[in-house]
Design a binder for this molecule. Sequence first.
Ligand code: SF4
Length: 377
Amino acid sequence: MTAVPLGLPGVPARPVAPRRPSRRIQVGPVAVGGGAPVSVQSMTTTRTSDIGATLQQIAELTASGCQIVRVACPTQDDADALATIAEKSRIPVVADIHFQPKYVFAAIEAGCAAVRVNPGNIKKFDDQVKEIARTARDHGTPIRIGVNAGSLDRRLLQKYGRATPEALVESALWEASLFEEHDFRDIKISVKHNDPVVMIEAYRQLAEACDYPLHLGVTEAGPAFQGTIKSAVAFGALLSRGIGDTIRVSLSAPPAEEVKVGIQILQALGLRERRLEIVSCPSCGRAQVDVYKLAEEVTAGLDGMETPLRVAVMGCVVNGPGEAREADLGVASGNGKGQIFVKGEVVRTVPESKIVQTLIEEAMKLAERTSPADQSS
Ligand code: SF4
């Protein structure tokens, strides 16, 4: 069967911005920085010591498209679970260490793909850097210096009065310099703040001041709706300037939701191939169908489709035929009927009750006619 070249959606020929040149590190098999594709990560919400539940959640995250997963390690039982989790996870596992330096060593020894340290709250962290650098180097384990506004080093808080962009950056660069003294540069950095304006400025300054790969995050971004908007705004502002090598959306919601949002942000910026994209109108007084319902039903019906498809769902004939023609697949509704477009041509006109079913059928046909090479391009 002839392969149909689905030109849209796909990655735009021109990226949103040239990526900031940075060092490359390897988090297990996932390259971060140095022009590698921006990766999406999340964090488990289970007790890490509950190995079964943690691996189950990691499997769900993997299925949702998560590329790197972080697990908390607040107790010895959690540290003891790391080796099994790191071995059995299909995606690289990063141990998240606060307060107890001994768990940094435990995580490295356990075979974690990377370790996140929070210098602001690890006891006598600066004195431990030499030994951490040596152990990490011996195991080829990169370190994330994860500075966070909520747990900023007391010295910087005293100096700046609060977690300003300058304070966050100074804290991160100071800790990086301690590792550099031991010739350890297998580092990525984050400087998270819950205010996107402060966070954006911090990352801009950090991007200027070093060439380490950057892990973007708006910390404690909030419930799904608010957190999604904060993260999209902040990541968009930075990634559209080429800043950022891996992202974590922090939501008060199940972690797979964070991954979905992260992937959507990258797709919207053209940094990730667009998969299913629904172009639907907002509806207005001219609408001749229930556009919301139609768009939701089409989205649900095509959920999980791997073939890149742009599907237009339009409420009337004002913009309907134009948008439907530009998409791979579309419907322009009117007078209780829907004109179904495939690759710019009207292929059928169906009653309103058959629109969703027909669009799904036509999408399946397009997917079948699309060669694997087109799908992976
Ligand atoms: S396509 Fe028609 S119904 Fe939808 S917003 Fe435009 S004018 Fe309104």
